[in-house]
Each structure stands twice: as C-alpha cells, then as structure tokens.
Design a protein around this ligand. Structure first.
Ligand SMILES: [Mg+2]
Length: 369
C-alpha cells in the first residue's frame, strides 16, 4: 500500500447566532479537511485545526508536506510523522500552522491504516477500548447572568451532569455568573470554568480564590499558553485544579507544560498537537505525571470532534469528554447525522476507520473561494 494523493478542502461558514468567549465573538467558523488516498483505493480523512485563513494551512499540507510522503507506505506512520516534522524542526518551526498541518495528515493516515485492518481507529490505536465516554456540555458562553443561568438549565434538560462555564467578563461578572449557575443547578452537577487565556496570573488568582465555595472541578486556561511562570503562580496562589493544553503543540510542548507541575488536567487537541501519533505519546507522558487527559474540542468541524472521541476512547488516563453544544453549519458535514451524547454519554462509532464519511455536496457548499 502506497500513498497516492493528498488533497485539502478549506471550509468556512457563517454562524447564525454568534457566541462570545473572553477574547472574541465567533461569527464564522473555519476548518481544513485533509483527504489522503492510497494506490489500493483506500481513503482517509482528517482535520487540521484552523481559526481563519484555512488556505494558509492548506498550502503547508499540499506544497510542503505532501511531496515528503507521497509514494510511501502509510503503515509506517511514526516514520512519516518524523519525516514531516523534520522538514522544519531544526529551523524553529515546531508549533503553529506547521504542526496543525501535520495533524490533519496524521489523522487521515490513521483512518487509512484502521480501515486496512477493518478496525475502528480507537481499537487500531491498541488503546483502552472504551465503547462509551462520559461527556460534559461545552460551554455556557459569556452573556448576561440570567441568560447564562437559563442556558445551564437547558444543559441539564439535555442530560448533562457536568457543564463548563466561560469566564473572561471581568472578576465581578465572572464570579456573579458562576455563583448564580451553582445555586440554580444545585450541588450534584459538576462545574468547570474556562477563561480562554484572558487573564494575568494575579487576576486569575483572585478569581480562583473567590470561586472556591462554588466547588469547581477545574479552572481552564487562566493565563496564556506561553506564560508558564504564570501557570506556576496560579497553581500555587489559588485552590482550584488547573486545566490547560488546547493551545500547546507536540510532545515537546507538553513536556514543557507538564514540567511546570502547575497543570492538573491536560487538554491536547488532536487536530493541533500532531494527530493521533503525537497525541498517544502525550497521553503516555501525562500518565507518567499521574495526571488525566480531557481532550479539547472547539470551534472546528464535526470531524475533529469525532477524532477526539477515538482518542478519548483509546487513552488509559482519559477523564471526561468535551462535547461542543454549538449550532453551526460545519457540525453537519457527514452522510449521517453527527453523533450526539444521550444522557451525558457518547457512543463510539464501530465502523472501520473514523466511522464517518464526508458528504461532498455539503463540503462543496462551504468551500472557500
Ligand atoms: Mg478551553
């Protein structure tokens, strides 16, 4: 089996009801879908996380990385990964768009090798083999307190027993919103909070201390991903467990993050960290620190959410799955309806590979240009 063709589809779609996090308001969503075809007719798909300008990552996939692996055997994924990473690793490019581009290709390769073995990806990864995943509702976006509390009630009606709340509206508004939601949902529901990297360490410490009576499972991205000293200050200065990793890349980035001793829950995004190949190494390293993985999902297509499900099912130290309760067009790009949690639990797809097929008519609708 040899890799014959690598294509990439840059997608963009408007969002009817925009939603707000600390750093931005989402009015549109972008994605880059990567498709790899082999000489024996197998096709694999993956997604590279992009925020805007999907064409930039597409050029890295098709012009820089594809020529390195076309004609090679897709079964040797670790070698192909290293060949791709080595294109730029000694030139300072070990993060960002470059590693996101590698991620989409790596996921598509895993889709292919799993199909070749007639196994779903989560089993081909020779992992933990979970068939179901506990999920939390992500997220209650920044808004007026009453609207945020009402949204929490909707999450309960959907069957969630764990809910994440976006912070970043300022100390008083954040604390007021979380207290209102805690008193409305009662004591039996798990609550997490996420500042999307908005704060400096001193502010995050004040917020974490004020939220202690609300029984919060984790404080996510209190400070920006590059502020490792800030993470150390936050972990020591306030009582909530700290979650982070959605803005980090590769085993080397997670080594540096883990070595701070300041993060309790790690959140790799498979469409960003380097795909399943690097994601499994990150899970192993995290396990060596006796810490848990809760994979990141976010503003991208439904494909990267399914990818995260296979990863969560495979890693031994998985904690809980982030299911994006967002209404946008790129959540509907398959031939079958997107998998949704029932009673707060997700069921893994059992078909070979990722278990989902792109509907090219839908893809064409959102193609950029
Ligand atoms: Mg987050």
């Amino acid at each position: 089996m040899k890799i014959e063709k690598i294509e990439a589809f840059p997608l963009k779609a408007g969002i009817e009801k925009p939603f707000r996090i600390s750093t931005t308001t989402f009015r549109e969503v972008s994605a880059l879908i990567v498709q790899v075809t082999t000489d024996n007719g197998l096709t694999g798909i993956g997604e590279s996380v992009v925020r805007t300008a999907a064409g930039a990552t597409m050029s890295i996939v098709t012009e820089m990385l594809a020529p390195l692996i076309i004609g090679k055997d897709p079964m040797n994924i670790a070698r192909l990964w290293w060949d791709m990473f080595s294109a730029m690793r000694t030139r300072g490019h070990t993060k960002g768009h470059f590693v996101e581009a590698i991620s989409g290709i790596d996921v598509a390769l895993w889709d292919i090798v799993s199909k070749a073995q007639d196994l779903p990806v989560y089993r081909a990864l020779h992992g933990f083999g979970r068939k179901t995943l506990p999920a939390y509702g992500s997220s209650i976006f920044c808004d007026d307190v009453e609207k945020m509390a009402a949204r929490a009630e909707e999450f309960l009606e959907m069957g969630y027993r764990a809910i994440k709340i976006k912070l970043g509206m300022g100390i008083r508004s954040d604390v007021e919103a979380v207290k209102a939601i805690r008193s409305s949902v009662g004591d039996d529901i798990a609550l997490m909070v996420d500042a999307n990297s908005r704060y400096d360490a001193a502010t995050a410490i004040r917020i974490g201390r004020k939220l202690e009576p609300c029984d919060i499972d984790w404080f996510e991205e209190p400070v920006p991903p590059y502020d490792l000293k800030g993470y150390e200050r936050v972990r020591k200065g306030q009582p909530l467990p700290v979650a982070s990793g959605e803005g980090e890349f590769s085993l080397y980035g997670f080594r540096d993050l883990l070595s701070t001793g300041a993060v309790d829950i790690l959140q790799p995004d498979i469409g960003r960290v380097g795909g399943f190949t690097e994601g499994m190494r990150i899970a192993a390293l995290t396990q060596a620190y006796n810490l848990s993985i809760s994979p990141h999902t976010g503003m991208f297509s439904a494909l990267n959410v399914v990818v995260a499900m296979h990863y969560a099912a495979a890693v031994p130290n998985f904690l809980i799955f982030e299911f994006m309760e967002v209404d946008h067009p790129l959540m509907d790009i398959f031939k079958t309806p997107m998998i949704r949690p029932k009673g707060g639990t997700l069921q893994l797809p059992e078909k070979p590979g990722l278990g989902v097929e792109l509907d090219m008519n839908k893809i064409k609708r959102y193609l950029e240009n």
